[in-house]
Ligand binder design. Structure first.
Ligand code: SF4
Length: 348
């Protein structure tokens, strides 16, 4: 969302320069298995992923990039380490963006070859600096993977592309330590004009990873820093997209999609509310409707607490009270609550 950054285009998705913050994820299938990777990308797209990245460790994976590209309709990013020939292959095969660090590909001539090819195909390059793989001299100078060290690495890689007159750059400065990551991105936003891809790297399994990502990414977005986000989880990447979208929803960065509120339940609740709320969330998360849905445990506080919701359910005694804009409009049996609510939402 930062409007003081340069804008690049990743396929049809603008990144930076005031464009809406886009959601990214990365497949965890074997990229060489184009069918399985395509299937996973389609699942990611269904839940709202804007840009998807695949790992390209070898030539077979670079070949698969071409096949996958033809079968999907969201931009595809090829993630390459060290081998500049794979970058050239992926650009020719239709990748919409390349993630590669120019300092790691074996010299200025190779950087120029990649930059020239990327320029010819109008493919941006993301420089992905990671606290776990900083250059030895930078680590020594800064005494460890500090925010300043991440920034210096990003600057060094960016300079190599700038020396080739290539500026369609996206930067990431990821660390698993959230305060370091926040500081690094703040420094980058103060000193560099390239759009920023936010993420907490190696954030962990779902429970801890979502919170670390929400704190790190959310803090920066709330400060107006960041143009595209990726939540990294040791889990199904669909959950990364769900989490990323929830971060954007929490900050009111997205104006489409269902916003759900649900109460924590308490001793007043007389229905089995938690599975009902989870099912409503699952069924509404991909819906392209800008509405607020409330799932509340009781009618004492339910409609009142959710009075600004467009539609909702408040639990009664073995039943649910359907309400619209805070007014109860129908009663349904507990077993019918989810179906009744979804039917109403679909009609809205
Ligand atoms: S809506 Fe009712 S059940 Fe839910 S927390 Fe409030 S009082 Fe408790």
């Amino acid at each position: 969302m930062a409007d003081n950054t340069r804008q690049v285009r990743v396929g049809g998705v603008p990144v930076g320069g005031g464009a809406p913050v886009s959601v990214q994820s990365m497949t965890n299938t074997d990229t060489r298995d184009a069918a399985a990777t395509t299937e996973q990308i389609q699942r990611l797209q269904q839940v709202g992923c804007d840009i998807v990245r695949v790992a390209v460790p070898d030539e077979a994976a670079a070949d698969a990039v071409g096949k996958i590209r033809q079968k999907i309709s969201i931009p595809l990013v090829a993630d390459i380490h060290f081998d500049y020939r794979l970058a050239l292959m992926c650009i020719e095969n239709g990748a919409d963006k390349i993630r590669i660090n120019p300092g790691n590909i074996g010299g200025a001539d190779r950087v120029r070859e990649v930059a020239d090819m990327a320029g010819k195909y109008r493919v941006p390059i993301r420089i992905g600096v990671n606290a776990g793989s900083l250059e030895k001299d930078i680590l020594k100078k800064h005494g460890g993977p500090t925010a300043a060290a991440l920034l210096e690495s990003a600057r060094t890689h960016a300079k190599m592309l700038e020396d080739c007159d290539f500026y369609d750059i996206v930067l990431s400065l990821k660390a698993s330590d959230v305060p370091t990551m926040i500081d690094a991105y703040r420094l980058a936003s103060q000193t560099m004009a390239y759009p920023l891809h936010l993420g907490v790297t190696e954030a962990g399994t779902y429970e801890a990873g979502v919170i670390k990502s929400a704190v790190g990414i959310g803090t920066l977005l709330a400060e107006g820093i960041g143009d595209t986000i990726r939540v990294s989880l040791t889990d199904d990447p669909v959950r990364e997209v769900d989490a990323a979208i929830e971060i954007l929803n929490a900050l009111a960065f997205r104006k489409s999609g269902v916003t759900m509120v649900s109460c924590p339940t308490c001793g007043r609740c007389q229905i089995d509310m938690i599975p009902i709320a989870k099912e409503v969330y699952r069924l509404t998360r991909g819906m392209d409707k800008a509405i607020k849905v409330a799932v509340m445990g009781c009618a004492v506080n339910g409609p009142g607490e959710a009075s600004d919701a467009d539609i909702g359910i408040a639990g009664g005694n073995g039943e649910g009270l359907l309400f619209k804009k805070g007014q109860i409009v129908a009663k349904v049996a507990e077993s019918e609550i989810v179906a009744a609510l979804i039917r109403e939402i679909e009609e809205m």
